[in-house]
Design a binder for this molecule. Sequence first.
Ligand code: AMP
Length: 446
Amino acid sequence: MSFAELGLSAELLRAVDTQGYTHPTPIQLQAIPSVLSGRDVLAGAQTGTGKTAAFTLPMLHLLSAAQSNGRQRRPRALVLTPTRELAAQVGESVRLYGQNLPLRSLQIFGGVGMGPQVEKLRRGVDILVATPGRLLDHQGQGNVDLGGIEILVLDEADRMLDMGFIHDIRRILKSLPKQRQNLLFSATYSREIEQLANGLLSNPARIEVARRNTAAETVSQLVHPVAKDQKRALLSHLIHSGGLQQVLVFTRTKHGANRLAQQLITDGITAAAIHGNKSQGARTRALADFKSGAVRTLVATDIAARGLDIDRLPNVVNYELPNVSEDYVHRIGRTGRAGSEGAAVSLVGPDEYGLLAGIERLLGRKIEKIAVDGFEVGSPAPRDSANRQERGNQRRSGGEPGQSRAHHARSPSARRNAPSGDTAAQTPRHARQRGGNSNGNRRPVR
Ligand code: AMP
C-alpha cells in the first residue's frame, strides 16, 4: 500500500516523496485512514516507528482541506509533547511535511525567551506544538486562545504522565472546545493512560504496532570506554578491522564533524561531513555519496541527521555522546529501521560517564561495555593508525551492506554490563567475527 492509496493530498505526497519515504510504516498504515475519517485514535507506538508522520500527515490534510471558521489564525491543532526536544522534533516534522501547504506552525517550549513566541502567536498560527508548562505560561498571559482547536494530539502521553504533567494537561484540556478530534500516542499502557484515554477519547480506533519495529529492540548497542584523545584512532581501527562499509558517525559540533571527517580521510577512510553550515547542495551530495557507497563514513551533527533516511543503515557510531539523552535514541534510530537490524557503538570517554548513566536511565537498562584491546582507558596511546591505508577492501565478497554490523550485543558475554571502569581488554567481537572473511585485505586486530 502506498501513501497515495491512503488518500493524502498531492501536496503531502510531494513532501513525503521529498523525504524519500516510499512506503508507509505499519503505524502510518493504520493511523492515517482513521485520523482522516475524523475518528479519535489511541495508538501504542514507540519512537522510531514513524509515529510522528502517522499523526502529522493526516492532521495537515484535514486542516488544509477544511477552511478555518471563526477568528483568523487562531490555532486549530495542538500537539502536546513531554520535552523540548520532542517538541522541536515534531515541530520540524510539521514544517517538513507541511512545506507545500499554506499552514503556519509554531513550537512553544521553555528554556528560550517568550518574546519571539508571543510575536509569532500575534501574527497567527494554525498548528501549535508545545510542552505543557510553557503553553500554560502563554495562556496565563493571554497570549494564546485555544478556543479554536479542532485536533488535539498527546504525543508520548506515558512520558508526560511520568513527568508529572497530568495536572497541566487537565488545565489545558479545560480551555479547549468540547467538539474536537483527539489522538493519544503512548509507548506503554498503564492504568493512568487508560484513565486519561477514557476521559479524553470517544470511541477511539485502537492501534498497536509490533514492538519489533522499534529501534531500541532491533539495534544492538555497545559502549567502548576509551580516552578522549584515542577516540579517533579507535574509530579508524574499528572501521578498518570490522570492514565497516557504511557508518554514520555522530559528533556534537559542526567543527568536530569537519575535523573528524578530515582525519578519517587521512586515515585512508573515505568520509564526508554533514551539518547546518553546509549548503543544501553539499548536504545532498554527501548523502548521495554515502548512500551509493562512494563515501564510507558520514560524520553528522544531531540537527543535520534529523530527517536523514538511509535504508537499512547498518552502523551508527556515537563519537561523542549527546548532551540530551533522548538524542541518543534518535541517533540509534538511524539504524535498524523498519525491522532490519543494526549496530550502534558509542565511544565513551571518562568525562562522559555521567551522560552514559543518563542514557541508561532513559533506556531502562545497561548498555554492554567492552574495552578494545590497546584502547583501554589508561593504556598508552596506541600505534597511530594514520598511516593505515585501505587496500581495496571497499567491496567485500558476498557482503550485504548490513553484514559488517557488530553482532556483539546479541552474543552472550561474561563482561556484559561490567562497570565502565574495570572492563577487561578484549578484541571487538565483530572484528573477530570478520577474521575468517575470505577477503585477505582485512587488517589484523592489534
Ligand atoms: P518517529 O517514530 O516519528 O520518531 O520516526 C522515526 C523516523 O522514521 C524519522 O526519522 C522519520 O523521518 C522516519 N520515517 C517516518 N516515516 C517513514 C517512512 N514511511 N519511511 C521511512 N522513514 C520514515
